[in-house]
Design a binder for this molecule. Structure first.
Ligand SMILES: Cc1ncc(COP(=O)(O)O)c(C=O)c1O
Length: 337
């Protein structure tokens, strides 16, 4: 039986055009800043976000970690949403490597307000860690791929800046937010100090993420990238498909969003509980109660449908470049049997 893989957009494979770009990429040693393809990707990303500079990193996790290390000193405090990826899924790198203490804000569908930030903020006081960074996750993975609007980012960022903190966006899927809300990356980037976005999720590249920010920040981030072992030599083979992705793969994300909505409606009709307001991009989180997520996933797998656990009774489905509308209809048929 043909498998329909809805576990994650990280399972996407590079397009034939990306493979060609890899084969023909002009290469050099990027640690010595001599890889022209990496330089081209970083400049392209910076332009797209309206910022001065970009830095290629191996993964979204590396992008967040390097950004946190660059914004914060050991012992500082970082504010983020209670189920933010940087806190929930990055192996505690925040504390283990960056030496930062997270302070959590419970958002609504992944988004928190400036007022919430202000009421959680403890101030600068002898007994407290130094508050130095606010993180925003857009789109928010565990909330179901939900989007922050540029206005929401602007308000939280203004409040953070008023308190002397910097602002980082974990924009692993920020292009999904841009397509869903019909806004430009720069509409977010102008309010914040750094953004990480992933090439390797919905944009279908095999590897890589990019941090963008001002030149001085990116130069310091470059050193931290080296500390964590993320300085890569002929990294043009990673950057080349990234260039293809930025040129060709952003607009099509709308198809993934349409497919996610189709899937969500079908799953709801089969009795799963879904907060449809969260189905804004390419992620669907469904409550399988009273069935356990593990049992639902095992049954789906027996029918050739792959999805992943998001908690005891929560299952996540992600649409992506490898999934067509026909796949969604077939997945619904098989899941409904
Ligand atoms: C919101 C978010 N941030 C960061 C990451 C980390 O990206 P990577 O898997 O490339 O380390 C992910 C991965 O799924 C994510 O969903």
């Amino acid at each position: 039986m043909r498998k329909i893989d809805l576990r994650s957009d990280t399972f996407t494979l590079p397009t034939p055009e990306m493979m060609e770009a890899i084969a023909s990429a002009e290469l050099g040693d990027d640690v010595a800043r001599e890889d022209p393809t990496v330089i081209r990707l970083e400049e392209m990303a910076a332009r797209r976000f309206g910022r001065e500079a970009g830095l290629l990193v191996p993964s979204g996790t590396a992008g967040n970690l390097v950004s946190v290390m660059t914004h914060c000193r050991h012992g500082d405090e970082l504010y983020c949403e209670a189920e933010a990826h940087v806190y929930f899924y990055e192996v505690g790198g925040l504390s283990a490597v960056a030496g930062v203490l997270p302070r959590l804000i419970k958002g609504t569908r992944g988004v928190y307000s400036a007022e919430q930030l202000e009421s959680t903020y403890r101030g600068r006081e002898l007994h407290f860690p130094n508050p130095s960074l606010v993180c925003i996750e857009n789109t928010h993975n565990r909330a179901g791929g939900t989007c922050w609007t540029p206005r929401q980012v602007e308000e939280v960022a203004a409040s953070a800046h008023d308190r002397g903190m910097r602002v980082h966006i974990d924009g692993a899927r920020i292009f999904n937010a841009c397509v869903a809300l019909d806004v430009e990356p720069r509409d977010y980037a102008r309010h914040v100090d750094s953004i990480t976005f992933c090439l390797s999720k919905g944009l279908s590249c095999p590897v890589g993420s990019v941090i963008v920010g001002d030149r001085e920040f990116i130069e310091r981030a470059r050193k931290n990238r080296k500390i964590i072992g993320g300085g890569m030599r002929q990294a043009g083979i990673i950057a080349a498909p990234g260039i293809v992705a930025l040129e060709r793969m952003v607009g099509r994300l709308k198809d993934d969003h349409d497919n996610a909505r189709l899937l969500a409606k079908g799953l709801a009709a089969q009795g799963l509980s879904i907060d449809m307001a969260t189905v804004q991009t390419n992620i669907v989180v469904a409550d399988t109660s009273p069935a356990k997520a593990a049992d639902y996933i095992a049954r789906a797998k027996r029918n050739g449908i792959l999805c992943s656990s998001f908690g005891r009774n929560l299952v996540r489905f992600v649409t992506h470049h490898g999934i067509t509308e026909a796949d969604i209809r077939e997945a619904l048929d098989r899941l409904g049997t």
